[in-house]
Design a protein around this ligand. Structure first.
Ligand code: AGP
Length: 614
C-alpha cells in the first residue's frame, strides 16, 4: 500500500529518495513526503498532498540537503488526506522522524497516554504516536535502536517502520512487526538503500536483504546490524535479484498495463521454462518439495486468495480436480479465517498472491498453518512474506507487475496451477499415457497461441468507441470460463469505474435475465468446451430479450459469431488452458474502454497494487 524509500551514503539523499518513490507510484497513494538529516544537525521535511509531482515541485524550489533521508507515499488509513497527515512524522522535539506502512491498532490509547504527559500532536495519524514514543524513549536511552525496540513493545498491529534521529546522525533504524508490507535493504558501495519494494532501488543495487517479521536493522552506509526485535543478533541473508531494471519501466508503452498485457506470451514462456521435460512428459516444480507418497496422501487443497488471484484459484479448482483428482476448495483470504475452516494434516493451504504481501491472504496462511496444514504459495515476488512463510512455492516468473490491475501475473498464476495439476496428477497416478501427452503438448503450444491474442488489435478500440459510455456490463461464462467472466468484470470496473458483474451463465434464468436491455452489453465467453452448446443457448436467450451480446469465440466459429452482435476471437486450445487465452481479449477490452474514458489506467482511484492493511 504505502511506499517507503530510505538512503544513507555519500550522495544527496533527497533526489534519490524522490526517484525511488516515483518508481513506487503504482502502489497507490494520496500524499507524499521526505525527511532529511540536514548537515546543521536538524531534521528537515517537505510534504505535499496529491501526486508526487507536487512534492517534486516543492523540492525544486527548496531543496533538502543531507546524506540521510527517508520518504513515503501515503494511502490514507487513519486521518484524512492532508499535508499534516502526510509522512514523515516527527517527535514533538524534532529529534526523531519516521515513515510507516501498516496500522497501529492501539494508537488511540497510546495517544491519550502521551498527551497526558504533555506531548502535543500535529496530525490525526496512528504513525505520529510511534514517533513520539521513540523520542520519549530516546531521551532516556540516547540510542535509536534501543528506543525503537522499547517503543515497539507497546505497539499492536502489523507495521513496518523506518526511523532517523538527530541524536545518532550516522544511521537509519528499520523494523518490521507482523505481515505489513515488506521492507528490503539494498547494499551499495558505501551507501545503503531501504524500500518497501524492490523496483524502487533496483537501479542502484541488486544485493538485497529482506527484513522478516519481528526483525530490526541498524543501517549505516557501509554496514548492517540485523537482529530480532528482542536484540538477538542475526546474520543477514543477501539475495541477488536478477530482474532487469528496464523491465520495471514502461518502455515504449503508454501504460504499464498495456505493456504487461502485451508481455504475456513471454511471461507464460518464462513460467513454463525449465519445469517441463517435453520428451519424457514430466513436470518438475523445483521449489515445491513433494514425494509421490505425500502427493498420494494429499486429501484436500484449500486455495486462499483475493481479487484477481481469487479468480485464478477458481480456475485452478477445475485444473486440479480434473487432472490431479484432488478435492479443492477456494476461499477469499478475507473470509477464510473467520469461517472456522476445516484443514489439517494431509491438507494443503495454497495461497495465490502476486505481491506475496496481501495481508488477508497472509492471515489465511497463518490460520492454515495453525491448523496443521502444509503451506504452499504461488507468488510473483521472490522474498515476499508469502513465499518465505511457505513450505513450498511456485514462482510466477512474470517479472515486475507495476499496473494496479493484474494481467500477466494472473495468466502466469494459471500456468503455475496447470503445472501443479500436471505434476500432482502424474505423482498420484491419475494422469498418464495419451491424456498426459495431450495435456503437455497443449502447454507447449500455449505461448505461440497467446502471442496471437496479446497484440492490441483494432477490435477492442472499436468496441470501446461504441460502449465506453455505458454504465453497466454483464459478463457470462461457464465451467472454467465462469471465473474468466468474473475476472473480465473486475478488470473493467477497477480501471474504468463502470459497474460490471461476472455471472455463471446458467444462473441467468434465476434472476439476472431480468436485467437484460439494450443499454447493458453482455460479454459472453463462448469458446468450445463441454458446455459450449449451453453457452450458445444463453446467448440466444439474451438476444431474445433484446440484449446486446459481445461474444468471445474461437477463431472460425461462425455459428457462435452469427448469434452475437459483436465478436472477439481467440485461437482454440484445451478447456483447461482456454481460460488463459480467453482472459487476454477481456483485458484489452477493459484497457481500451478505460483509455477511451480518460481513466487513470495504471493507478485507478482508491486502489493500490498491494493491499497490506485489512
Ligand atoms: C487485480 O487486478 C487487483 N488489483 C486486485 O484484485 C489484486 O488481485 C488483489 O489485491 C490480490 O493481490 P495479490 O495477488 O498481490 O495478493
Amino acid at each position: 500500500m504505502c511506499g517507503i524509500v530510505g538512503y544513507i551514503g555519500t550522495q544527496a539523499a533527497a533526489p534519490l529518495v524522490l526517484a525511488g518513490l516515483q518508481r513506487l507510484e503504482y502502489r497507490g497513494y494520496d500524499s507524499a513526503g521526505i525527511a532529511v538529516l540536514h548537515e546543521a544537525g536538524e531534521i528537515v521535511t517537505e510534504r505535499a498532498v496529491g501526486k508526487l509531482l507536487y512534492l517534486a515541485a516543492r523540492l525544486e524550489l527548496a531543496p533538502l540537503s543531507g546524506h540521510i533521508g527517508i520518504g513515503h507515499t501515503r494511502w490514507a488509513t487513519h486521518g484524512g488526506v492532508t499535508e499534516e497527515n502526510a509522512h514523515p512524522h516527527l517527535g514533538m522535539n524534532g529529534e526523531v522522524a519516521v515513515v510507516h506502512n501498516g496500522i497501529i491498532e492501539n494508537y488511540a490509547s497510546l495517544r491519550r497516554e502521551l498527551q497526558a504527559e504533555g506531548v502535543t500532536f500535529t496530525s490525526e495519524t496512528d504513525t505520529e504516536v510511534v514517533a513520539q514514543l521513540v523520542e520519549r524513549e530516546l531521551a532516556q536511552s540516547g540510542d535509536l535502536a534501543a528506543s525503537v525496540r522499547a517503543a515497539l513493545l507497546r505497539i499492536e498491529g502489523a507495521s513496518s517502520f523506518v526511523f532517523i534521529s538527530t541524536r545518532q546522525p550516522d544511521r537509519i533504524v528499520v523494523a518490521r512487526l507482523g505481515n505489513a508490507g515488506g521492507i528490503v535493504i539494498g547494499l551499495g558501495d558505501r551507501e545503503t538503500f531501504i524500500a518497501s519494494d524492490i523496483p524502487a532501488i533496483l537501479k542502484h543495487t541488486r544485493k538485497i536483504i529482506f527484513l522478516e517479521n519481528r526483525q530490526l536493522a541498524v543501517v549505516r552506509s557501509d554496514k548492517i546490524a540485523l537482529s530480532t526485535l528482542s536484540g538477538a543478533p542475526l546474520e543477514p541473508e543477501i539475495h541477488a535479484i536478477s530482474w532487469d531494471p528496464v523491465a520495471a519501466e514502461k518502455g515504449a508503452y503508454r501504460h504499464f498495463m498495456q505493456k504487461e498485457i502485451a508481455e504475456q506470451p513471454r511471461a507464460i514462456t518464462d513460467t513454463i521454462r525449465g519445469r517441463v521435460n517435453f520428451s519424457s512428459n514430466r513436470v518438475h516444480l523445483e521449489t515445491l518439495p513433494l514425494t509421490v507418497a505425500e502427493a498420494r496422501e494429499l486429501e484436500k487443497i484449500t486455495i486462499v486468495a483475493c481479487g484477481t488471484s481469487y479468480h485464478a484459484g477458481l480456475v485452478g479448482k477445475f485444473m486440479l480436480e480434473n487432472l490431479a483428482e484432488v478435492p479443492v476448495e477456494v476461499d477469499y483470504g478475507s473470509e477464510f479465517r473467520y469461517r472456522r475452516p476445516l484443514v489439517g494434516k494431509n491438507n494443503v493451504v495454497l495461497a495465490i498472491t502476486q505481491s506475496g504481501e496481501t495481508v488477508d491472504t497472509l492471515a489465511a496462511m497463518e490460520e492454515g498453518k495453525r491448523q496443521g496444514a502444509k503451506l504452499w504459495s504461488i507468488v510473483n515476488v521472490l522474498g515476499s512474506q508469502a513465499q518465505r512463510s511457505s513450505d513450498g512455492y511456485i514462482l510466477m516468473h512474470a517479472g515486475p507487475e507495476i499496473g494496479v490491475a493484474s494481467t500477466k501475473a494472473f495468466t502466469a498464476s494459471l500456468v503455475d496451477l496447470y503445472l501443479l495439476a500436471l505434476q500432482l496428477g502424474t505423482q498420484r497416478g491419475v494422469l498418464q499415457g495419451e491424456r498426459l501427452e495431450e495435456a503437455i503438448a497443449a502447454l507447449a503450444r500455449l505461448p505461440q497461441l497467446a502471442g496471437q491474442v496479446a497484440e492490441e488489435v483494432e477490435i477492442y478500440h472499436r468496441l470501446a468507441e461504441i460502449f465506453y459510455t455505458r454504465d453497466h456490463f454483464l459478463y457470462l461464462g461457464r465451467g472454467p470460463n465462469y471465473p474468466i467472466a468474473l475476472e473480465g468484470a473486475l478488470k473493467l470496473k477497477e480501471i474504468s469505474y463502470i459497474h460490471a458483474e461476472g455471472y455463471p451463465a446458467g444462473e441467468m434464468k434465476h434472476g439476472p435475465i431480468a436485467l437484460i436491455d439494450r443499454m447493458m452489453p453482455v460479454v459472453a465467453v463462448a469458446t468450445r468446451d463441454g458446455v459450449y452448446e449451453k453457452m450458445i443457448s444463453q446467448i440466444e436467450q439474451v438476444k431474445a430479450r433484446g440484449g446486446i451480446v459481445i461474444a468471445l469465440v474461437e477463431q472460425g466459429d461462425e455459428l457462435a459469431a452469427a448469434k452475437a452482435d459483436y465478436v472477439m476471437e481467440v485461437p482454440g486450445t484445451t478447456p483447461f488452458l482456454a481460460p488463459i487465452l480467453n482472459t487476454i481479449p477481456l483485458q484489452w477490452l477493459s484497457y481500451a474502454i478505460a483509455v477511451r474514458r480518460g481513466a487513470d489506467v495504471d493507478q485507478p482511484r482508491n486502489l493500490a497494487k498491494s493491499v497490506t492493511v485489512e
